[in-house]
Design a protein around this ligand. Structure first.
Ligand SMILES: Cc1cc2nc3c(=O)[nH]c(=O)nc-3n(C[C@H](O)[C@H](O)[C@H](O)COP(=O)(O)O)c2cc1C
Length: 182
């Protein structure tokens, strides 16, 4: 049975915390800590039946399961991509290489127009755009959508993947950074 935040908590050293004491503070600013969590940078792309292409820069991406091969992405409810992903029910996660910062910047600007202009890409087996020069891609169909807080979680089942060893583009403390190997 999941515990409610009101339930007392028995700690491993025998103490009992009251429900009130264990309540999370109300004004937690998650961004103030997440900014120090270094992430790889991806561009999530998709296409509608009409041929309209869409995409956005995403760091909230993780693998979920190997068998079956599942991943997830978290997208702001207010982003135009939330609606487009719900319609297309497919997307591709392109993992950017260190030389692709300009692509990340372009796909994080507000408004959809022009993101695919001058971009080197092709349409993959799953129907979504695949960006050439990336470290790799995970082409997915959407298997579940969960609305949670101000983001929507899209679970994707991989239908095609590809990767090659390259240096990644990273994001840390609101900046793009490159890995310096010893
Ligand atoms: C480094 C970086 C990472 C981002 N990660 C996410 C993310 O994980 N989820 C998300 O919804 N938006 C993320 N964004 C913001 C979107 O890229 C941005 O809101 C989007 O491109 C806006 O598009 P829209 O105006 O079409 O909604 C990120 C932006 C940057 C610069």
């Amino acid at each position: 049975m999941p515990k409610s935040s009101e339930d007392p908590i028995n700690t491993s050293d025998g103490k009992v915390l009251s429900g009130a004491a264990s309540k999370p503070p109300q004004n937690v600013d998650l961004r103030s800590v997440m900014r120090y969590f270094a992430s790889a940078v991806t561009v999530v792309t998709g296409a509608l039946e009409s041929g309209e292409l869409f995409g956005l820069t995403v760091t909230a991406f993780t693998s979920v399961s190997l068998d079956p091969p599942l991943i997830l992405i978290c997208i702001r409810n207010e982003s135009s991509a939330t609606n487009l992903l719900t319609k297309s029910m497919r997307f591709c996660v392109n993992i950017l290489a260190e030389g692709q910062q300009a692509i990340a910047e372009k796909f994080s600007l507000s408004g959809e127009a022009g993101r695919f202009k001058d971009l080197d890409f092709y349409i993959g087996k799953g129907g979504s755009p695949i960006i050439r020069g990336s470290i790799g891609f995970i082409d997915c169909k959407v298997v579940e959508i969960i609305l949670e807080g101000d983001h929507t979680i899209f679970f994707g089942r991989a239908v095609d993947v590809s990767a090659e060893e390259k240096q990644p583009l990273l994001y840390l403390n609101r900046r793009y950074v490159k890995l310096e190997l010893e």
